[in-house]
Design a protein around this ligand. Structure first.
Ligand code: NAD
Length: 229
């Protein structure tokens, strides 16, 4: 299978690419290969692949609409517009459902974004669902948590996604017999509000509990508290 990986220079891609390269023929691309907000670039890069892992985007939960628009809205719609029947795996985020504060947050929950960034991910999920419905193509959205080798803050313990689990998740998204799915992108973290229940066969193996005594609270770390939270 020939896989296009966008955002290939980014931190998520760097963790997942080694596993993808062992399994598939991979075409990694990033800004030097062209800006995906240009529809012609998207068409050129997608040509001839069997699946797309779309990781290009602005990952900043504090970003403004202006900073998010080009990569998280236009880039996504350009990829979907040229995907046709090609399977698309999209990087969504826990921020698409960041308003839910109580336990059992699973991938069936409707979007409830906690920030502009989360709203762009909710849009991406909706656009992907419309794409699958209209074209018969496959779109799998991954609500990624904190993708780091170890949890970066105490607040990240419940939404950590270990590199090994991230790799398995993306491979399941590429191979699962599904038309459209939203899947949780977190590890099997003890005491987490985030459920790992999913329909694509993802079975996380890692648990952030082993790092509990090694991480501190990091004030302001990427949790979006709203006025009504
Ligand atoms: N890092 C995380 O823990 C995390 C968590 C949840 C979701 N995500 C999502 O995963 C994806 C990857 O995140 P990341 O942390 O690797 O981000 P990153 O900033 O490290 O990498 C993103 C890459 O996308 C490229 N890019 C951005 N806009 C582009 C455009 N218009 N055209 C072409 N390339 C473009 C950038 O050059 C960059 O190399 C993003 O969609 C992000 O929102 C990341």
């Amino acid at each position: 299978m020939r896989i296009l990986v966008t955002g290939a220079a980014g931190s998520v891609a760097q963790q997942v690419l080694p596993a993808l390269k062992r399994r598939y023929e991979v075409r990694p691309v990033d800004l030097p290969d062209g800006d995906l907000s240009d529809p012609g670039v998207a068409r050129r890069l997608v040509h001839g692949v069997d699946a797309i892992v779309h990781l290009a985007g602005n990952p900043d939960p504090a970003a403004s609409w202006e900073d998010l628009h080009r990569s998280n809205i236009v880039g996504v719609t350009n990829i979907l517009a040229v995907a046709g029947g090609t399977r698309v795996v999209l990087a969504s985020s826990v921020h698409a459902v960041g308003q839910y504060r109580l336990g059992g947050v699973d991938a069936q929950r409707p979007a409830a974004p906690c920030c502009n960034y989360g709203a762009t991910k909710a849009f991406a999920e909706a656009a992907a669902q419309a794409h699958a419905y209209q074209t018969g193509g496959t779109a799998i959205c991954l609500r990624l948590g904190a993708c780091t080798p170890t949890p970066p803050a105490r607040q990240a313990l419940e939404l950590w996604l270990a590199p090994e689990d991230l790799q398995q998740l993306v491979i399941r998204a590429l191979e699962a017999p599904a038309r459209f799915a939203i899947a949780p992108g977190v590890s099997a973290n003890s005491g987490s509000r985030w459920s790992t229940a999913n329909t694509i066969g993802y079975r996380p193996a890692k648990d952030s509990a082993q790092y509990r005594t090694q991480v501190d609270d990091v004030p302001g770390w990427a949790t979006c508290e709203g006025a009504t939270a």
